[in-house]
Design a protein around this ligand. Structure first.
Ligand code: 2AM
Ligand code: CA
Ligand code: CA
Ligand code: CA
Length: 269
């Protein structure tokens, strides 16, 4: 059966718009917040509500599809066979709780391990980054141009300072040296938004030592459409069902940055 990806994307956007409205409304209320793996790893009642809402819509419309979500959905998924929706109900929960700003809903759809649809919705900015495989990537309906080559001295890199603080490596191939040689570094607190920012040229690279498929599934589809290279720290394609380190960067820059992060130690639990 051949799927109508464009129609599926439109439906996903509708559901995400509704979910975004739920999140915006909830900002007026007192929201229950809990911690997960550590005191800085937050989850709120809205993470669960949005994931349940999206999962319900997806499975009601497409009963044969699978859903893998950060909080509850698809914990038993072991393979990328068939059609899998990979969703993060709130990417940037810390921002959602502390800033009420800079958080996103991220939805990726893959078929037999190949990314087909990617949508990152920056709820408070009202920005929609959307892509369908082979059809280009868009920001609020405007097609994003393919990216060009660049080099480290001209690059603004998205990266959480936490990785730098924990670095044990020193010298020429360290993150510290990489940062010193770059034009600047930014940290927005939402991997999905930061990957979307690389797709639209606001960042030249995004690096993380510890992400899960729901953080980057949508972003990978967006980045593929504009020609940004995305790998783990070994230069391999990241998995859609297992955790991965992520290096996304414009051509040329990716090769340069890989030499700093290659085999970098640490942090992947
Ligand atoms: P989250 O908000 O959906 O948890 C910065 O914290 C970025 O890293 C966010 O995109 C966040 O996603 C992601 N992240 C992945 N694993 C995390 C963890 N264990 N604790 C906090 N953030 C995590
Ligand atoms: Ca989380
Ligand atoms: Ca996330
Ligand atoms: Ca999340």
């Amino acid at each position: 059966m051949s799927e109508n990806w464009a129609q599926m994307k439109e439906l996903a956007v509708e559901w995400m718009m509704h979910a975004g409205a739920m999140l915006k409304e909830s900002l007026h209320d007192v929201i229950a917040v809990e911690t997960k793996s550590n005191p800085n790893d937050l989850v709120t009642e809205m993470d669960y509500k949005v994931e349940r809402y999206l999962t319900e819509q997806i499975l009601r419309t497409y009963p044969s599809h699978h859903v893998l979500g950060e909080e509850e959905a698809g914990k038993d998924i072991q393979s990328t066979d068939g059609i899998v929706w990979i969703i993060d109900p709130i990417d940037g929960t810390t921002n959602f709780v502390h800033q009420k700003f800079n958080f996103a809903i991220s939805v990726g759809v893959i078929k037999d391990g190949v990314g087909q649809i990617g949508i990152v919705y920056n709820v408070m900015q009202g920005e929609w980054f959307t892509a369908v495989l082979g059809e280009g990537a868009y920001l609020n309906g405007q097609k994003l141009p393919p990216v060009t080559e660049t080099t480290l001295p001209e690059a603004v890199i998205g990266m959480n300072g936490r990785w730098l603080a924990r670095e044990k490596r020193s010298g020429e191939q360290s993150l510290h040296t990489m940062v010193r040689r770059s034009r600047s570094v930014r940290s927005y607190g939402s991997a999905a938004i930061e990957l979307a920012y690389v797709a639209c040229g606001r960042l030249d690279s995004y690096i993380s030592f510890h992400l899960s498929p729901w953080d980057y599934a949508a972003g990978l589809v967006l980045l593929n459409e504009v020609g940004v290279d995305v790998t783990d720290f070994q230069g391999q394609r990241p998995s859609f069902i297992r955790r991965s380190r992520i290096l996304a960067a414009r051509p040329g820059l990716h090769k340069e940055l890989l030499s700093y992060v290659y085999n970098h130690e640490g942090f992947l639990k």
